[in-house]
Design a protein around this ligand. Sequence first.
Ligand code: NAP
Ligand code: MG
Length: 476
Amino acid sequence: MIFEYAPAPESRSVVGLRQTYDLFIDGEFVPAQGGEYVTSLNPADEEELAQVAVAGAADVDRAVAAARRAQETVWGRMSGAERGKYLFRIARIIQERSRELAVLETLDNGKPIKETRDVDVPLVAAHFFYYAGWADKLAHAGFGPNPRPLGVAAQVIPWNFPLLMLAWKIAPALATGNTVVLKPAETTPLTALVFAQICQEAELPPGVVNILTGAGETGRALVEHPGTDKVAFTGSTEVGRQIARSVAGTDKRLTLELGGKGANIVYDDAAIDQAVEGVVTGIFFNQGHVCCAGSRLLIQESIAEEFLPRLKARVAKLRLGDPLDKNTDIGAINSAAQLERIRELTDTADEEGVERWSPARDLPESGYWFAPTVLTGVSQAHRVAREEIFGPVLSVLTFRTPEEAVTKANNTPYGLSAGVWTEKGSRMLWTAERLRAGVIWSNTFNKFDPTSPFGGYKESGYGREGGRHGLEAYLG
Ligand code: NAP
Ligand code: MG
């Protein structure tokens, strides 16, 4: 007898959605001067959730001026201990409103409630707690006896972890005495706007945090604005390149967190069931919309035959569907545009003769969905082995020797993450030492912690976020 899971939907009544949301500038919600709005959708069913203001150049001017004033007159002069109190307060309010934030993030982004509730939102609170603790200890952080804030930071974030990327950007900036103007992604602005309400609730001085919603043009106006001292960007390598060009020749500081094509290396002595589980979370967590996803499985040839059926059996058990259902493992693809990108890239795999497998199942009729997919017979030259798909698609390659594993893992323009699965400590260290990736997990994957720095090599960007290292990007 097979026991099926009964539906277990989380209630959305905890979220009080407004019809329209304005920009958050100088401590208040104000309409955009151009009067334009865009719709944010729920990608799981294409329901319109809210209208969100589009900031133009004049709004960017206002926000940057407010941030400058706040930095020079209040925030930059405040003692670290005082700043820390505000950050602790924000962290506590995030915890208090965690259910609301988790449900809203799931509605706006399409990711499963299990993840927003157990991963995103707790990590967001943890980041604010962690950096709150640094605010009065900066003189002991190893950046000289009196490290100074840079001033005003322009921050642009993507849609894959909307609130978590906001926390990665805002918490260290504020702890170090900077003020910020942040632009969330067009498709996922809603939790950033609730965060603005949280800043009001915490009585954060006006202008310390400003949130400008809008699309790519708003982001461009913000990063190109001459009145900021620092640009922090997470998103595609292509936009990252444009930003690097626009910042070149100015005295602004820049950090870029870009794409990845992480390798998960499984040696023949690895604990197979744990490795299967780790490979599955490595690529199917958050629908594969993860820059550090383990999107390339490198499996030692001698165990490939045993490993792949077990992997597929596990993937076949993943539950895809309503993101608000507490049993859902795989939610919706964030937007029609992203779904199109995933389709386009996986279609090239068909043309190149790669073998494609997905568990047999129907996808929901409305919304944006892509079945978990395993590609075998992939070689280094295939596009799916080289380009970031940013979706639930795993490319499987094999290797014979550790040297070959390392060469293949490093054969990418990216260098953000990697995983190594082996029972042998010496082999793990030997491999990790040779991998060109910012984060290397061993016998685990996708572990995030505010105390641990994160960032890339090569086209994955530069600078580190998180941990003590993350302070450096905001100190002069
Ligand atoms: P994207 O265009 O780089 O978007 C990231 C952020 O930059 C968004 O807030 C975006 O605004 C904004 N933006 C767009 N054009 C800009 C410009 N010229 N100047 C300043 N800001 C700009 O990424 P995407 O189109 O959402 O996704 C494309 C691909 O990027 C994905 O398929 C994936 O490969 C990669 N990606 C990587 C990450 C990561 O975590 N490293 C995250 C997301 C995407 P709008 O959203 O309003 O356009
Ligand atoms: Mg949305």
